[in-house]
Design a protein around this ligand. Structure first.
Ligand code: AMP
Length: 368
């Protein structure tokens, strides 16, 4: 086990395995291109070690160059790709083979393809040492793949966590054992969002509120927002397949989180089951489900009050509020039995001062 900044990583791929994959790639590409002089283009910073070892194994004429893009800041993919070091010159009519250390979502690759569009190269090929087939969006064909890896955050052999770990000869994966994953549960107005803010700070967790993600998408006019809007406006639940996919994407955007607070998810048994399967596929699991309990009269008053301040239309109309309570009673209450069956259900009195309720929650977590 090694520690980089605040996180622990455990061994994942040893040097011999990596070197065998590099040699294999070099041999395959050589058999296709040994009769010409391709230009290998390494993608900095991550690919420097791969490019170096690859070229030592490539026994024929070739040239080498580098480009530099950036899409990861720390562990979180921001989705922003910048060009920091531009195209090599005189590539017109030449075969260009990109050497990427890792292909993950495919965002960086899209930018690379864009960078080389209109360059009139003879052929444009992509070789990736590590490839996450389960997260790749599949937009472009990957011509040469070294090792197909599961969706883990990895460091070493050129790859970093906040710039550390690049010099390791082996590859390590993030150790998820220290994670705390919580489901915060309760009717609309129970204080889930407020208490999630407290828990997030206290335990350094990533807060995912499905309601907030939907509202963000509606505000920004996305396809997902358009899909969800009619349901939310009526106080109905958004269909499971939409919500589950969205939740999984949110978790995937934070591969290095110390844990998650799921707020407003799951709300149906199908969502709870999907969450268990999804987390298990990542060596993760729910530690506890905490329900904030309050009666309907108190909740209705809180929601109407919030509706005045936030402008949320689903908080301003008593019929819609009642419909949300009905949805909760019918679809979400059965989750209590689901989590009780797993011994993970904890109930907390949600009436009182905010700080007082926070202390009740902290007590549950610290006793886990
Ligand atoms: P909230 O902010 O959690 O009260 O959520 C607002 C609305 O978003 C809900 O009334 C639903 O229409 C929708 N929504 C949020 N989370 C879910 C979920 N897990 N499943 C289905 N719909 C949801």
């Amino acid at each position: 086990m090694i520690k980089l900044h605040d996180k622990y990583f455990k061994p994942f791929l040893g040097e011999p395995e990596i070197q065998a994959a590099v040699k294999n790639l070099a041999d395959k590409i050589a058999s296709d291109y040994k009769n010409e002089t391709p230009i290998f283009v390494g993608v900095l910073n991550g690919a420097f070690m791969f490019v170096s070892d690859f070229l030592k194994q490539y026994q024929h004429l070739c040239e080498v160059s580098f480009v530099k893009l950036s899409s990861y800041h720390g562990l979180t993919s921001t989705g922003i790709v910048e060009t920091l070091l531009d195209l090599p010159e005189n590539i017109e009519g030449r075969t260009v083979i990109i050497l990427e250390d890792i292909i993950d979502s495919g965002r960086t690759l899209k930018e690379l393809v864009h960078l080389f569009s209109n360059t009139h190269v003879k052929e444009f090929k992509i070789a990736a040492l590590f490839y996450k087939s389960t997260t790749y969006n599949g937009e472009y064909n990957i011509d040469y793949v070294g090792i197909d890896i599961p969706d883990k955050f990895i460091v070493g052999y050129g790859l970093d966590y906040k710039e550390l770990g690049r010099n390791l000869k082996e590859v390590y994966q993030l150790n998820q054992k220290h994670m705390i994953n919580l489901v915060i549960f309760g009717k609309p107005g129970a204080g889930k969002g407020t208490q999630a803010e407290f828990l997030k700070e206290r335990y350094n967790l990533k807060h995912i509120s499905t309601g907030d993600v939907f509202r963000y998408n509606i505000k920004n006019g996305t396809e997902l927002g358009a899909l969800a809007k009619s349901y939310i406006d009526k106080g109905d639940l958004v269909p499971d397949e939409v919500t589950i996919k969205m939740l999984e994407d949110e978790v995937d955007k934070n591969p290095g989180a110390s844990g998650f607070i799921f707020d407003g998810f799951p709300r149906t048994t199908a969502q709870a089951e999907a969450l268990d399967v999804f987390l298990a596929s990542k060596d993760m699991g729910i530690n506890a489900t905490i329900a904030l309990e309050a009666n309907d009269e108190v909740l209705t008053q809180r929601l109407l009050q919030r509706g005045k301040v936030s402008g949320r239309t689903d908080d301003q109309d008593e019929d819609k509020i009642r419909n949300r309570f009905d949805e909760y009673n019918q679809k979400t209450v059965p989750l209590k039995t689901y989590y009780e069956g797993q011994g993970k259900f904890h109930s907390v009195n949600g009436i009182g001062e905010i700080d007082e309720i926070s202390l009740r929650l902290a007590k549950v977590i610290e006793e886990l």
